[in-house]
Design a protein around this ligand. Sequence first.
Ligand code: CA
Length: 226
Amino acid sequence: MRILLVEDEKKMRSLLKQGLEEQGYAVDTADNGDDGLHWALNFSYDVLVLDIMLPGKDGLTVCRELRNQRIITPVLMLTARDAVDDRVAGLDCGADDYLVKPFAFRELLARIRALSRRDSVQKSATLVVGDLRLDTVTHLAQRGDQLIALSTKEYALLELLMQHPNHVLSRTIIAEHLWSYDGFPDSNVVDVYIRYLRKKIDDDHEDKYIRTIRGTGYQLVDPHQA
Ligand code: CA
């Protein structure tokens, strides 16, 4: 998943970016509202984390302008104080949730997970396709009885594939969800991570979950249904 974090406090911004990256998220950052709006309008994100008090356009204005331009990406607002007016204003301008500073990092993670499930049929924290399961809290995968530990990138890749079962995802789409603007890889890096992931979930089995769609990309399909 790729997240845009708009936060002007430098220390907070770098701590959150580092923490989220350790969880396997790709994170782009902006330190003011105008840049944040630009990024959100021009790139595709799974979740936006938007501070309210920002130089330039404030978070409420950024959120309102995004919604006016039909950008429906889930927005999590960060409010500086537990003021009812701030929360109401945030929700009224089209934010989906808010978090009051200071907050526990694991609460931020839980809210991001909940927002990313918002439009999904899957409302639980575990993604399930056939006998393949992925726990989005512990990042452990399971195929049948076998528990599978994943690296952060392998986890992010499997999560993306399992969120869109039966959909063909191009290398570009995969790269855009897994890497930030700064870390954007060569397109063959996606193939490398697909190979790592196959080694862990498919290589020991006759039935394969991950399919290569030649010239297009990759698809995750329940082999027992196909
Ligand atoms: Ca601020």
